[in-house]
Design a protein around this ligand. Structure first.
Ligand code: BTN
Length: 318
């Protein structure tokens, strides 16, 4: 089915006869596969008598061959459909089949995971669903500020592809004009004080432009740039930026990029509400400390906060 999709991805008309000849199947078999594309991948195919078929929304598929040459020598694992690239990365690690570090990307996720138990909407061939699996040796200090550093790397990759208005929201959301364009979910297995494995999960809204049910204001690279974005180019840029930022973090710690992070922080100095379960704390954002914890001025006293379950909201009156 994906071979057929690769032929149709340009959005132009292709006759059933030509498609069948290229794939070595009958016209009836082409028609059946087109039905499957619509039913399984949610794509819309337009058929016109005498002209053939075309995809109503053109797309650019992931191409494994374009992803192998990256500065870390990270091995690419590319899937058409997977529950979650984070879950698959752990499975591959446990099975011993993959050489570390490696990354997993998929055309779609059927059970994409977001922070705080949320679902991550993952339509077919539209967005980036990426997970990098790393072995961390050096103890818990190597994890300090890691998710914030990843935010800087994702931001740099989006910049490189032309989305220059993107900023960060603590701990690691990426926003354009208050709308979410990317999110990061770090998951860990093993002993953080000794040797552990971390999956760096990154979701970027790349070509999504329909009003899908996301549950929060969102935008995509396509919405910002007004054109279709090649996810292979984005992955290559992301691999290069992650390689650069992770090396710096490993050698010099989070404090080496702390100023850079604060300069990219959209809510620096703003009045916010920090939400942790049912608890809400009001304060003014002072920045982050040398370990990446949020520094808030609460009732005239500075307090630090860290942890994956926390989230920030702007105060209505700020
Ligand atoms: C967030 O809630 O902001 C974090 C979203 C992280 C989504 C990505 S998509 C690739 C990877 N696999 C997952 O299941 N989740 C992350």
């Amino acid at each position: 089915m994906l071979k057929l999709l690769a032929l149709l991805q340009d959005g132009r008309f292709h006759s059933g006869e030509a498609l069948g000849a290229t794939l070595g199947v009958s016209r009836a078999a082409v028609w059946k596969q087109l039905q499957e594309l619509e039913a399984e991948a949610g794509l819309v195919v337009h058929g016109v008598r005498g002209r053939g078929y075309r995809l109503v929304n053109p797309l650019i598929l992931l191409e494994r061959e374009q992803l192998s040459d990256n500065p870390g020598g990270w091995q690419p694992w590319v899937f058409d459909s997977i529950d979650s690239t984070n879950a698959e990365a752990f499975r591959l690690m446990e099975s011993g089949r993959a050489q570390l570090p490696f990354f997993v990307v998929a055309e779609r996720q059927t059970a994409g995971r977001g922070r705080r138990g949320r679902q991550w909407v993952s339509p077919f061939a539209e967005n980036l669903y990426y997970s990098l699996l790393l072995r961390i040796e050096g103890g818990a200090a190597q994890l300090d500020g890691l998710s914030l550093v990843v935010g800087l790397a994702v931001r740099a990759a989006l910049f490189e592809l032309g989305v220059t208005s993107v900023g960060l929201k603590w701990p690691n959301d990426l926003l354009v004009s208050g709308q979410k364009i990317a999110g990061i979910l770090l998951e860990m297995s093993g002993d953080p004080a000794d040797v552990c494995h971390v999956v760096i999960g990154i979701g970027v809204n790349v070509n999504m432009n329909n009003a899908v049910e996301v549950g929060q204001p969102w935008t995509s690279m396509r919405n910002e740039l007004g054109r279709l974005v090649d996810r292979n180019a984005l992955i290559n840029s992301l691999n290069a930026q992650l390689h650069r930022f992770l090396a710096k973090h490993q050698q010099l710690g989070f404090s080496s990029v702390r100023n850079e992070w604060e300069a990219a922080h959209l809510w620096q100095g703003r009045e916010v509400t920090l939400v942790s379960g049912a608890t809400e704390i009001h304060g003014q954002v002072l920045g982050v400390d040398a370990r990446g914890a949020l520094r808030l001025l609460v009732d005239g006293v500075e307090r630090q906060f860290s942890g994956g379950e926390l989230s920030l909201r702007l105060r209505d009156d700020s």
